[in-house]
Design a protein around this ligand. Structure first.
Ligand SMILES: NC(=O)c1ccc[n+]([C@@H]2O[C@H](COP(=O)([O-])OP(=O)(O)OC[C@H]3O[C@@H](n4cnc5c(N)ncnc54)[C@H](O)[C@@H]3O)[C@@H](O)[C@H]2O)c1
Length: 382
């Protein structure tokens, strides 16, 4: 079934209010539900502000801004929020217990045919689907922060999800004017986080192992690996609290996927969450446009082949396990992490043989998690 014009977004926080806004901008009537009226009003204020900025920049007219805003109805009562809706996007906190309770209630009131889509970053889709009476109509729909700006959405069917559900949801993403990538298997971290989150920890290990400075390593990431910024800078920008939470969930599900470095926990314990708190790996002034001074000269002082190798190895695992296509991988890393160069092009630049040698060395020294995935060997040096 296709998704009609009436949808419900559960949770009006960082992600929920953004998803409500982009859905309303695409013409959907949205009921935005939260349990807290104060938060709900704050969410509406943020949406109004964001729409007025778009109008100021002539991206939409003032009248359009008002029409879009009117498409969003705030609601506290769950039953009312689900009446007449055939698509429910859940964006409540990343806590399986909260989600479990919510889905039990939602099952009581939702239309029989309604599709449930969870915006979870790390929780298992199949397990969440099993909490509901309709695992065939349950799917992961992972927007990136902020949904108003980020074009990428990962779509993750669970084991029981019907192909029709996946199709409807892919169509919905298209209607929003966003780019979907299909994560064909419900694996830990899906596509982007499976590469990004472990890489932050690996980068911290390389600081210890290679005696390099943070700005040298970050400059090398930016100037030699095609990243939009350094990896520590990107982590600060994302939020170390968000990264730490994702780390715990990913590690709990699969110890092989991630090797948590204690530095991230230490920073989070000190409430150094990154740019938003003025301190993370780096320190920041209050200027929201501030960027870390990374230079091509500094980049020359470090060879980031170990980082290229670990990112490529995780990407190779996704492809060789048929989790996503190579095209979707490239799209996800480009739109989700801002990579300017395809990951395996970077591997070729560093030399496929060199990357494999590095992985074998790391595997011998630090354990089997670094054993090279055979997919890397299918590429040829330039
Ligand atoms: N923040 C990010 O960068 C990010 C990115 C991608 C995905 N996600 C995922 O999106 C989801 C939401 O994250 P967030 O950062 O927006 O959280 P948030 O804490 O900012 O917002 C959650 C909102 O849900 C509300 N809520 C709690 N219980 C509810 C219920 N039963 N019904 C309706 N609303 C309820 C809370 O009052 C709060 O306003 C999580 O699963 C998270 O993993 C977050």
């Amino acid at each position: 079934m296709s998704i009609s014009k009436n949808i419900t977004v559960l949770g009006s926080g960082i992600m929920g209010h953004g998803i409500a806004q982009v859905s309303a901008m695409a013409g959907y009537n949205v009921i935005l539900r939260d349990i807290d009226l104060i938060l709900l009003n704050k969410a509406l204020d943020k949406i109004k502000w964001s729409l007025s900025k778009l109008a100021e920049k002539n991206k939409i007219t003032q009248i359009e801004s008002e029409t879009i805003f009117k498409r969003i109805t705030p609601e506290i009562n769950l039953e009312k929020s689900l009446a007449g809706t055939d698509f429910i996007v859940e964006a409540v906190p990343e806590d399986l217990e909260i989600k479990r309770k919510l889905y039990a209630e939602v099952d009581r009131f939702a239309d029989e045919e309604a599709i449930y889509a969870s915006n979870t970053s790390t929780l298992p889709i199949t397990e969440m689907a099993a909490l509901t009476k309709r695992p065939d109509k349950f799917i992961g729909l992972h927007f990136f922060n902020p949904p108003q700006l980020m074009r990428l959405v990962e779509v993750i069917p669970g084991r029981e999800t019907r192909p029709e559900t996946t199709k409807s949801v892919l169509d919905f993403v298209k209607q929003l004017g966003k780019e979907s990538v299909l994560c064909k298997k419900d694996v830990v971290g899906f596509i982007v986080n499976r590469i990004f989150i472990p890489l932050v920890h690996e980068a911290a290990y390389f600081l210890d192992r290679d005696g390099v400075t943070m700005t040298q390593l970050d400059s090398a990431v930016k100037y030699k690996m095609g990243y939009p910024m350094g990896i520590f800078e990107l982590a600060d920008y994302t939020g170390l609290d968000v990264i730490y939470k994702a780390t715990l969930e990913m590690y709990a599900r699969d110890k092989k996927v991630i090797n948590p470095h204690p530095r991230i926990k230490q920073l989070v314990d000190c409430r150094y969450f990154g740019k938003k708190t003025g301190r993370g790996f780096y320190e920041y002034s209050s200027n929201s446009y501030e960027r870390i001074n990374l230079t091509s000269e500094e980049a020359e002082k470090y060879n980031p082949i170990g980082l290229v190798a670990t990112a490529a190895n995780n990407a190779a695992w996704l492809i060789s396990n048929n989790v996503c296509t190579k095209a979707d991988l490239d799209k996800a890393l480009n739109l989700g992490m801002g990579l300017k160069t395809d990951l395996f092009e970077t591997v070729k630049q560093f030399g496929v043989k060199n990357v494999l040698t590095k992985l074998n060395e790391m595997s011998a020294k630090y354990g089997p998690r670094y054993e090279p995935n055979p997919h890397i060997g299918t590429y040829e040096d330039k």
